[in-house]
Design a protein around this ligand. Structure first.
Ligand SMILES: Cc1ncc(C[n+]2csc(CCOP(=O)(O)OP(=O)(O)O)c2C)c(N)n1
Ligand SMILES: [Mg+2]
Length: 695
């Protein structure tokens, strides 16, 4: 049959391969039409690719989508989610709950697909980790999926090195990521690809949907670089498949990937968006809107499909997937389980480690030898205390690792104990990751490590958290225990000036639901912050740490730092505990608040200091506890924080006062900045007295 755009129908629709491919296509078209929203064109084009990866290549058992040694599949062009919903449905991937138990029901039903993009459907607009079993990572913000896949590949290398033993290849999985023009235009993908090439991650394969179309039209508008040469430059193995409908050539390219050692593989796949739709193929109109009933009918005709059928899964399709990925995956997992039994007998300790990490649990003794710092007016920088804690934790928890975006010496995040090592192509057991100056990719990679069940951290200056923010947000969306260690959290690096002085960052991170932001006030609060964070299994955390030394408070005089676990606690109080004014502070301003408090006491003013390292944790405490810390009847309140005043009304009320920042700071020695911006005891005392006068 020939059509307006000269598309020739697939010749023998009865062939099972083709039948499966066209089922993915038509389910996608029908679902988008039914929802009257979504992206049909790319699923139509990439159905053969996804079919080939899943049914011919992927070592993945639909019966157990969390089997540790499964191959990973990442759909980085998340708008094409119908590809994933179709294939999760057709391969009968089973649902798993939060306790890692299979539920005996499919992850995605045909009904979910009929209810694509509707409330509570397991076929939402974009792939959502945690929500739909079989989704390896949340995608939608372009570039994130591919960048995260680099973290998955690093994790596999690390796991293999740490756990494999002669004749026991416990970890030997591959990571496949599919991406489009949008992903490859995004900087985060370039950062991640550059690092993946450097690290020679030969377990990683990206397939690039080279369709020359994005939303505004042809890539001629804005994307004309030679992508292949770029990836060759990164050190990748670059292959090209000139016809996205050629299953054999796709399979062949995937075979070459698996045989290629020492570098990642990049497959350029030339495709036609909206393949088979006579008026929309190869146009931006196929990208993000329903095709329309008539166009769907014509596309179905071009596939040799019954034109009136909707959500149609022909006889033999489920069976063909069961005979492909179903059998191959089940056999691979069965073999692995046998291997793992023998491994457990021979290496029980290592097997226990795998059990624990897979459940995101910590080993016995994970917090032994954590430092306790004695009172010291000179004190220690937050970053220094953090470095000591990290070095203890990374020795106690074998699978805890991380690194910095080229600021290790400043962030104090370098793991220096014997054997820590640098993660490199020739040392995949190293625990120090060197992300290079690639903050965005770093955060996405940390997410990829977390998705692979390692405990991982990434570090940079707090100011550059902006460069990592989209991936931090995704860590929260995915409920991953990714850890971000940000130092130089305020004006502590005074002379560097406004470009290096974070102001709005605390407020903006506090606004991310599910993200725990902690700004500890002295060395012991740093320890407690880590103790809290490490025990969270499903929440990402940001630590904002000082560059400069902070006095280590005398905990025999003031309350213990364990109060950090409540988010805020009464650190210092007036005799009798019935304050007339409350000073709330975080981080470097806690000792300042204590100084002001002592002055107020000598003047007979009943003040209380509340150390508040984390709004988020505090918000989760019972009302009675919160009222005990901030008694509602005490309305004379001052908050002190070297950051944007934005949001502090929540705790000081509209009549309270905030000693904070409303500008971007200045370039000068810290002492002068503290004077200029009012971070001095007398200023805080003045603010407290003003509050009392107001009463
Ligand atoms: C970071 C980000 N920016 C913008 C978008 C909105 N968006 C979704 S798809 C798309 C075009 C993507 O083009 P391409 O990757 O070539 O996808 P194709 O249309 O070829 O499937 C855009 C701009 C997004 N999802 N993420
Ligand atoms: Mg495109």
């Amino acid at each position: 049959m020939s059509t307006a755009r000269g598309i020739v129908a697939n010749s023998t629709p009865a062939q099972p391969d083709q039948l499966c491919v066209n089922t993915i296509r038509t389910l996608s078209m029908d679902a988008v039409q039914q929802a009257n929203s979504g992206h049909p064109g790319t699923p139509m084009a990439l159905a053969p690719l996804v079919y080939t990866i899943w049914n011919r290549t992927l070592r993945f058992d639909p019966e157990n989508p969390i089997w540790p040694n499964r191959d990973r599949f990442v759909l980085s062009n998340g708008h094409a989610s119908m590809l994933l919903w179709s294939v999760l449905h057709l391969t009968a991937v089973q649902a798993v709950n939060g306790s890692y138990e299979t539920l005996g029901k499919p992850s995605v039903t045909l009904d979910d697909i009929r209810r694509f993009r509707q409330l509570d459907s397991k076929a939402p607009g974009h792939p959502e980790y945690h929500w739909v079993s079989g989704v390896e990572t949340t995608t939608g913000p372009l570039g994130q999926g591919v960048a995260t896949s680099v973290g998955m590949a690093i994790a596999e290398k690390w796991l293999a090195h740490h756990f494999n033993r002669p004749s026991f290849e416990i970890f030997d999985y591959n990571i496949y990521a599919v991406c489009g023009d949008g992903c490859l235009m995004e900087g985060v993908a370039s950062e991640a690809a550059s690092l993946a090439g450097h690290l020679g991650l030969d377990n990683l394969c990206w397939v690039y949907d080279n369709n020359h179309i994005t939303i505004e039209g042809s890539t001629r508008l804005a994307f004309t670089e030679d992508v292949e040469t770029r990836f060759l430059g990164y050190g990748w193995n670059v292959l090209r498949v000139g016809d996205a409908n050629d299953l054999e050539r796709i399979e062949n390219a995937l075979d070459i990937f698996r045989r290629t050692k020492g570098r990642p593989t990049f497959i350029v796949l030339d495709s036609h968006i909206g393949y088979g739709a006579p008026h929309k193929q190869d146009t931006a109109a196929a990208h993000g809107e329903p095709l329309g009933e008539e166009e769907i009918r014509l596309a179905k005709r071009s596939y040799g499909w019954p034109e009136q059928e909707k959500f149609f899964v022909p006889k033999g399709v489920y069976e063909h997937f069961a005979a492909g990925i179903g059998q191959r995956g089940a056999a691979a997992r069965r073999k692995w389980l046998q291997l793992f039994d023998a491994y457990r007998a021979k290496y029980p300790d290592l097997a226990t480690e795998i059990d624990l990490l897979e459940r995101r649990e910590l080993p016995v003794g994970w917090d032994r030898n954590l430092p306790a710092f004695s009172a010291d007016p000179k004190g220690l920088a937050g970053r220094e205390a953090s470095g000591k804690v990290l070095n203890v934790l990374a020795q106690n928890i074998p699978w805890f690792l991380g690194g910095s975006a080229d600021l290790g010496p400043s962030n104090k995040t370098t793991l220096t104990f014997p054997g820590a090592g640098d993660f490199q192509a020739d040392n995949p057991g190293g625990k120090n990751l060197h992300f290079g100056i690639r903050e965005h990719a770093m955060a996405a990679i940390v997410n990829g490590l977390s998705l692979s069940k390692l405990r991982a951290f990434g570090a940079t200056f707090f100011i550059f958290s902006d460069y990592a923010r989209p991936a931090i947000r995704l860590a929260a969306v995915m409920e991953l225990p990714s850890l971000f260690v940000f130092t130089h959290d305020a004006m502590g690096d005074g002379e560097d000036g406004p470009t290096h002085q974070p102001v709005e960052h605390l407020a903006s991170l506090r606004a991310i639901p599910g993200l725990t932001t902690l700004r500890p006030g002295d060395a012991n609060e740093v320890v407690e912050a880590y103790r809290y964070v490490m025990q969270r299994r499903h929440e990402p955390a940001v630590l904002a740490l000082s560059r400069q030394p902070l006095p280590t408070l005398d905990r025999s005089k003031y309350a213990p730092a364990s109060g950090v676990a409540q988010g805020a606690y009464v650190l210092a109080d007036c005799p009798g505990g019935n304050p007339e004014v409350i000073i709330i502070a975080s981080g470097s301003e806690v000792s300042l608040a204590v100084e002001a408090h002592e002055k107020l006491l000598t003047e007979g003013i009943r003040s209380r200091v509340v150390s508040m390292p984390s709004w988020d944790i505090f918000e989760h405490q019972p009302q009675a506890y919160r009222d005990s810390v901030l008694p509602p009847n005490v309305t004379a309140r001052v908050a002190v924080e070297q950051a944007s005043t934005f949001g502090w009304e929540r705790y000081v009320g509209t009549s309270g006062q905030v000693v904070g920042m409303n500008t971007f700071g200045a370039s000068a020695p810290l002492k002068e900045l503290q004077r200029k911006f009012g971070f001095e005891p007398d200023h805080v005392v003045g603010a407290a007295k003003q509050q009392l006068r107001r009463k």
